[in-house]
Design a protein around this ligand. Structure first.
Ligand code: C2E
Ligand code: CA
Ligand code: CA
Length: 694
């Protein structure tokens, strides 16, 4: 018998190739598992080729590591056949482990086929030597090599199947598994070799004509290494590309979702915005037109939001809006849409079973909003005015529905707020009237229709007049004499208040100058300023030039600003007030007690006077709370060195009460109505004469 020997270094190299081939196979399996579409068969074919070449070259290097005392060679055709078998077995294995599931039966079956394939490759490779006489295989060892091939295949398939998905440390685990698989493959090969006995005197039929020679092992090694390296590299790069593409696709989807969210939702509250509302409204109208039924469109406007915003700042205002949105949203049913379409304006689209359901829904919302909100550690009290338009009935299209709901909302506001109104046709007439009034107002100043009436202020104790408040009137050609509540809001909304306010300032100063020349230079003339004028840059110069034009000392002019105006945007107000105060102008805080007074802030204001709001004076006799408030305001004002004026004094009782409480001056219908300048002076003179008589 011929005794074979092995080159240990080549055996080691064959083991390394086996491990590398196994690793490549595992990696490719993972690649195929995550690849999609046309990439799958491509990876499968490429993978089978690389893996087949890998396994086969291990086997071939293992053969080259073996030498016999005779010259050896390998038949080219048969060798190529063994390579083909290796590639096909690899392809089969890759296909198998990329099935969605791998039940035990299938695994066993697959292991059998793959084991047979590898064995076939090995023994075909052996046959390429074309030994004469044929190789004599030891049956026991031969069977052992077959069993090893099948068991190793089973293990390899199972490992590859388990490791095909990406998981933490997958490379490390694959590395370990590749070593196990490599050892198994090598084990099969050398067991198979051990089964081979070469009879004494045999010769190799392929020697000379077949593959042989020095350096062949290196050629095979380098080629297979190159193939494996390329396969591995491609796989790794492709996996990276795929992850990056997936990441990119993910972030695109996310960005897309965010954009849609942004485009269709209000950023502050997350509620649908006008655009989404329009879409839902369209759908709702369509549904009603097709299948009947009805819905209500409710225009919700918050009452008293602006003062909160002014007094506590935007941050608190924003938070309040969020809380309102949350509370409203919690009360909704699935198919309803709540949208925020402006500052403190919400619109609710409610599906109704019948029109009669609308009032209870609206009443519930009004009630919901009227409960206090806890925001930034404050209890804030606001309310809602709701206007309701029904579909079908109150509008043919979206625009009309919204307009009508809006008109109904204004109606609810003017009916006392904190309630709801249904739209009816007359409301549109109101809107038209407002529009007409606005057009008239634009001309009023030019046409000389504006007037000032004057209401006296009296010293509470001594009873003599200390000045007058100028109150604006509009002599409307058709509507007669209009009071400020009919047009001031309109003037403020449109900015007309700025020129009108300048006129008031100038006219009041002119009148005061006349009175000063008539002997009343100790009086002060009070002019009301609206918030808009107060924010207007030209205010300080307007005041200065009005005073100069009519040669008045600054302290004969009192500017009345409401508490809310003074407190809004505290820092800006402070600057303006400071400038006016430095000029010597007298400053009065009007309607005191109705806003959210901040005492700290009040202390810093350069004011000279506090005017207690009419509301407290009105109920002074019945309501002991109001008496307590008034006396607290008086005490506060005295502590801050401010004059206290009570306005709206209508009864003798109120007068004596307020005088007792320590008010400095009084103003009200009891003591004098607002009158045109001539009548005003006549009245004053009459009372002076009476005082002289008594
Ligand atoms: P206000 O500054 O609180 O003015 C006092 C209002 O109370 C006046 O109403 C006056 O007629 C009324 N009043 C006076 N005494 C009594 C009384 O004993 N009982 C009752 N119930 N009311 C009394 P008016 O003239 O209708 O003015 C309403 C508001 O319009 C004013 O409130 C002021 O805020 C604003 N306003 C008036 N004139 C001007 C102006 O020239 N410019 C600006 N921006 N606002 C003005
Ligand atoms: Ca006033
Ligand atoms: Ca007032």
């Amino acid at each position: 018998m011929l005794i074979g020997s092995y080159s240990p270094s080549l055996v080691f190299v064959s083991l390394c190739v086996a491990v590398l081939a196994s690793y490549t196979a595992l990696d490719l399996t993972g690649r195929i598992a995550t690849a999609k579409g046309r990439a799958v068969p491509l990876w499968m074919a490429g993978g089978a080729l690389a893996m087949g070449i890998g396994i086969w070259s291990m086997h071939f290097i293992g053969m080259l590591a073996f030498s016999l005392p005779i010259e050896l060679g390998y038949d080219l055709t048969i060798t190529l056949l063994s390579l083909l078998i290796g590639v096909m077995s690899s392809g089969f294995a890759l296909w198998l482990v990329n099935q969605p599931s791998l039940p035990l039966g299938q695994l066993a079956y697959g292991a059998l086929i793959m084991g047979a394939g590898i064995s076939a490759m090995h023994y075909t490779g052996m046959a390429a030597m074309r030994m004469q006489p044929g190789i004599d295989y030891h049956p026991g060892v031969l069977v052992a090599s077959l069993v090893i091939a099948v068991v190793a295949s089973a293990a390899a398939l199972w490992i590859a199947f388990r490791l095909r998905r990406q998981s933490p440390h997958v490379r490390l685990v694959r590395g370990g598994a590749a070593i196990v698989m490599g050892v198994a493959i090598v084990g099969m090969h050398y067991t198979g070799m051990a089964a081979a006995n070469f009879a004494e005197g045999s010769f190799c039929g392929a020697a000379g004509s077949g593959l042989s020679g020095n350096g062949l092992e290196y050629l095979v090694l380098i080629t297979s290494l190159a193939v494996l390296a390329i396969a591995l590299l491609t796989s790794v790069l492709d996996a990276r590309l795929e992850t990056r593409t997936a990441d990119l696709a993910n972030s695109l989807t996310l960005a897309n979702q965010e954009l849609t969210q942004l485009a269709l939702h209000d950023t502050l509250t997350g509620l649908p915005n006008r655009v989404l509302l329009a879409d839902r409204l369209d759908q709702a109208m369509h549904m009603v037109n097709e299948g009947g039924g009805c819905f209500a469109l409710m225009f919700i406007d918050l009452d008293g939001f602006k003062p909160v915003n002014d007094a506590f700042g935007h941050h608190t205002g924003d938070q309040l809006l969020r809380e309102v949105a949350l509370r409203l949203r919690d009360s909704l049913h699935g198919q309803d849409t709540l949208a925020r379409i402006g500052g403190d304006e919400f619109v609710l689209l409610v599906q109704l079973r019948e029109p009669n359901d609308a009032p209870s829904v609206a009443a519930e919302l009004v009630d919901l909003i009227s409960r206090p909100f806890r925001v930034a550690e404050q209890d804030l009290q606001i309310s809602a005015s709701i206007g309701i338009a029904m579909y079908p009935g109150n509008g043919a299209d979206q625009h009309e529905l919204l307009m009508n709901a809006d008109a109904a909302m204004y109606h609810a506001k003017s009916a006392g707020k904190n309630g709801y109104s249904f739209f009816d046709g007359s409301m549109n007439t109101n809107a038209r009237k407002q529009l007409q009034l606005l057009q008239d107002l634009r001309m009023a100043q030019e046409l000389g229709q504006l007037r000032l009436h004057y209401q006296p202020k009296f010293d509470a104790l001594k009873g003599h007049p200390v000045g007058a408040e100028a109150l604006l009137r509009w002599e409307h050609p058709q509507l007669g004499l209009l009071l400020p509540d009919k047009f001031i809001v309109l003037a403020e909304k449109t900015g007309l208040i700025i020129p009108i306010g300048e006129w008031v300032l100038d006219e009041a100063c002119r009148q005061m100058r006349v009175w000063a020349l008539q002997g009343y230079s100790h009086w002060r003339i009070a002019v009301n300023l609206s918030a808009l004028q107060f924010c207007h840059a030209g205010l300080v110069t307007s005041v200065a030039s009005a005073l100069a034009r009519h040669q008045l000392p600054a302290n004969s002019l009192t500017l009345e600003i409401t508490e809310t105006t003074a407190m809004s945007d505290a820092d800006a107000s402070m600057t303006v007030l400071q400038q006016l105060s430095e000029m010597g102008v007298d400053l009065s805080i009007d309607d005191f007690g109705t806003g959210y007074s901040s005492l700290m802030y009040l202390k810093r204001l350069p004011a000279n006077e506090l005017k207690i709001d009419r509301g407290f004076v009105r109920d002074l006799e019945q309501d002991s709370d109001d008496a307590a408030i008034v006396s607290a305001i008086v005490a506060l004002g005295q502590a801050l060195g401010l004059r206290i004026v009570a306005e709206g004094v209508e009864t003798n009782l109120q007068q004596s009460f307020l005088t007792q409480l320590g008010c400095d001056s009084l103003q009200g219908y009891l003591l004098g109505q607002p009158l045109p300048a001539e009548c005003f002076l006549a009245d004053i003179r009459r009372s002076e004469r009476e005082a002289m008589v008594t």
